[in-house]
Design a protein around this ligand. Sequence first.
Ligand SMILES: Cc1ncc(COP(=O)(O)O)c(C=O)c1O
Length: 581
Amino acid sequence: MGFDWTPVNADTKFSVLVMACGVFDVLKLKKYKSKGQDGKGAVASLSNLYRIFTVPETPYSTLGKIDIEISQNLTGFLRQHIVASEMDLEKIEKDFSDPVIPEQPTFVSDYTHFLMENLVAQSVHTAAPGFVGHMTSALPSFILPLSRIMTALNQNLVKIETSKAFTPMERQVLGMLHHLVYRRDKDYYKKWMHDCDAALGAFCSGGTVSNITAIWAARNNLFPAADGFKGVAQEGIHRALRYYGFTDVAIIISRLGHYSFGKTADVLGIGRESIISIDTDRNNRIDLQKLQKTCRQLTARGVKILSLVGIAGTTETGNVDPLDTMADIAEEFDCHFHVDGAWGGPTLFSDSHKHLLNGIERADSVTIDAHKQLYVPMGAGMVLFRNPTSLSSIEHHAEYVLRKGSKDLGAHTLEGSRPGKAMLVHSALSIIGRRGYELLIDQGIEKARKFAALIEADESFELITRPELNLLTYRYVPVAIQHALAKATHSESATINKILDKITKRIQKLQRAAGKTFVSRTRLNPHRYDEQMITVFRVVLANPLTTDNIMHEILLEQKAIAAANKKINNHLSKLLQKLAA
Ligand SMILES: Cc1ncc(COP(=O)(O)O)c(C=O)c1O
């Protein structure tokens, strides 16, 4: 079979370089069925295959036009092309259900149409200012053209042979974030930043891999090679425990810890049951008394604390653990202290709020996600180490790359081939600057406080967690029910809360489906209700374009949904009858 990508027919105003294939037959998208110049679907040819590597799409092609539209007005593009109201996932799945790789090529223009209709249209508008439910928000507009440079260069950060200037740039980015956390002097960075035997941190695909890397290094440093033992990296956890005389290891974190630590324990072979979760206090911070008690009990049982983990910005409520005291406890029990600042780490940019993270500079390692509050696209996280040789414990060498003495970054990362995402972090740090990030952080916290005030001023809502950073949770509870809850016994409030859970879930789903605004939902066990699990709305205020008016609209929409929905009204009237009886 020869390749024959036929150029588009003359009467098509779209692509110059197009390919045709049978994928649309398979997908039954007759509307977009490809036609070559001869009216048939094109067949592949080597000469046209060369063209797709060399000839760019023209500005008049479908893709060219979309490209221009995105470059000129990304916000408008997203607003115009993403369909606001939600489509059933099963329907979307139908468009992506054929397992057969298309035998024949596809016209670029046809394929672009397919993407616009089936993918773009049904995507989630995470950049919308009313989308305040998750940690993914808008991107600054310079990111898009800069990403093209990154993609065009296609550097592989695993080794310097494929990422010459990108390697020092990534090391500098890690140095910048290290400095944000640890504040060492210039000489320190001069010595360590580009040292081939050191690493100030590791650039990862996100918070999960950053957390795994932190605990991986902690595990290997805890059980190093010694007389008659080759180290845990070589011999595994069983022999390490036997050699060092421990019954087990534990990772200690508050019950609001991110689930990535469960994955961490699993992949490190220490088992998810090694995660010891500690209750939180009234402010959703780790309960220090319980923490100390647990540390003592574990130690007495011969369990070694592998790492104590403090959270700087809990995923669900945005609270910060008392990091300084936790650092004292980690010292007392001689264990690694990791801070998960995937979300809240960038609070350090703010002169007015950085005190909330006091003690973070005493952590052995710190996770900060760049694809969260550094506003770079998905796939960028970092873990930083106080000691620039900590990561040597996970070092890996190979003969064809990562040779000893090389500056190949792959020697210190879990991932192998990696993109040059650090370039986008470097760009954002340079273009936005410390002061710019400070404004973003400050306004996010300010907005969260305003939102909390709106909730408290409205008697149909109950604020569940007050914002410490820019996250908060609340729920819809008509005033009569709030009064009843205030007087209810434990079992009465359990009954009421069960019904309120259903209402919260329903409002959240309907609001999401309507596509105007979006808050997420989660389940928490607040002290107020004797730790009964309740369902709450969760709001993350990180999009700089979210206005006071939008926050107000979100609440109005929720009230309108509640008022108009039969099921919700049935739930409420049954509940009120029950309470009156
Ligand atoms: C506190 C915290 N840690 C870790 C993670 C995991 O990050 P990622 O999803 O980038 O892997 C998250 C994600 O929300 C988080 O909030």
